[in-house]
Design a protein around this ligand. Structure first.
Ligand SMILES: *Cc1c(COP(=O)(O)O)cnc(C)c1O
Length: 383
């Protein structure tokens, strides 16, 4: 762990976001908290217990290694769902541990049956269908074949879910495509019904769909980005807020990121700062060195563009962001000292650096910036 550069996680904001989602989605809809990519960079080990404390008992991940991390910080009563990749050996382990997983091809279904028989326990599967995203999922013929296998092996298979993923619910431009997907999903769901198979959860929605298309909430929603206090896109936020009496953002960001000044330096007018010639001091300036670089997830594309807060004031990143360091201009600060706190994301005084400010400058999505935050940064939950 690297000292003095810390990601802080606000427990109050977590509580706020969960209670907003609960009120919005109603009691009948199960919330599955998506904690893939190290809980969107927030930290699985820190986030999962707090989500659980405020009533979340279903978690979704992409890799099996993430599922195990969630498993190790939870009580037995919570469910874990792998939406992505597991190896053959993982499938066996998952069945043994009662971990749910998506089945998007016949190979996987056959392996699930094989190991469930071997272990003498039911495999908890979610049949994922292909409805138009053309990424992963069973097409219609495969679904029919899968139905036959499930029926034949019903002692070994628990049909926990029937699901699909929508191709871009966060943008109106995809409206037509989404409607087609929903229609195909319903047709395929009828196929299940006709075969007397009733999945425990029908689910298709991510954060954006759960807000923009209320009919997609069904039994369970897979919510990622909104739990962390971000809207999937400006469009989704606008759509939500336009229907509200009080136009206040109901979500709170959970994550803050801070470091400190490592060294200060005077640079003469006419000198270049850092590697290469991307920044030329136009007058005498004072620079502060901050021990954070792209290896921590502070993107190199923020070179000469990023901003940080020191003593409540905005300071510009100058020169190229290095692997472990960046240089900021502190000439305009009346007082500045080595050890001063540097806010990379979050508030200080009346100023704030938002994740979205990063994305405006660097073309990265909120999702991408968060997912890049290095696992080696210390994370702390703040009450
Ligand atoms: C990541 C993911 C989600 C969550 O998406 P958000 O936009 O963060 O809510 C839901 N479903 C699947 C299949 C995903 O991969």
């Amino acid at each position: 762990m690297i000292d003095d550069t810390i990601i802080s996680l606000s427990e109050k904001s977590i509580q706020n976001n969960i209670s907003f989602l609960r009120s919005k989605l109603g009691d009948k809809v199960k919330i599955s908290a998506v904690v893939k990519a190290n809980a969107y960079g927030h930290g699985i080990e820190q986030i999962v217990p707090v989500f659980n404390k405020y009533g979340i008992d279903h978690f979704s991940v992409f890799y099996y290694s993430e599922a195990l991390r969630v498993y190790n910080c939870l009580s037995k009563t919570a469910s874990i769902m792998v939406m992505g990749w597991l190896s053959e050996k993982d499938i066996k382990d998952a069945i043994e541990k009662g971990i749910e997983f998506f089945v998007f091809n016949m190979e996987r279904l056959q392996l699930a049956v094989k190991y469930a028989k071997e272990l003498g326990v039911k495999a908890k599967i979610h049949l994922e269908t292909e409805t138009g995203m053309n990424r992963s999922g069973l097409n219609r013929e495969e679904l029919n074949a899968a139905i036959a296998i499930v029926k034949e092996n019903i002692e070994y298979i628990e049909l926990t879910g029937f699901c699909t993923h929508l191709a871009g619910a966060e943008s109106v431009s995809n409206h037509f495509r989404i409607q087609n997907q929903l229609q195909r999903y319903q047709e395929m769901a009828s196929e299940l019904e006709a075969n007397n198979l009733t999945p425990k959860y029908k689910h298709v929605a991510n954060s954006a769909a759960s807000i923009v298309y209320p009919e997609t909430r069904m039994d369970l929603v897979r919510v990622g980005i909104m739990l962390y206090g971000f809207w999937s896109s400006t469009e989704v936020f606008v759509q939500y807020i336009n229907n509200q009496e009080y136009r206040v953002d109901p979500l709170n960001r959970i994550l803050g990121w801070q470091s400190q000044i490592m060294a200060l330096k005077e640079v003469k007018s006419g000198e270049f700062v850092g590697y290469g010639i991307s920044y030329l001091a136009q007058s005498k300036i004072t620079t502060a060195l901050v021990p954070v670089g792209y290896s921590f997830g502070y993107s190199r594309s923020l070179s000469n563009k990023g901003r940080v807060l020191i003593r409540g004031h905005q300071c510009s990143v100058i020169g190229v962001v290095n692997m472990n360091m960046m240089i900021v201009d502190v000439t305009h600060l009346k007082k500045v000292e080595v050890g001063d706190k540097v806010v990379l994301i979050g508030k200080q005084g009346k100023s704030e650096i938002k994740v979205s400010a990063f994305s405006e400058i660097s073309d990265e999505l909120n999702y991408e910036i968060l997912a890049h935050l290095s696992e080696s940064i210390t994370r702390r939950v703040i009450k």
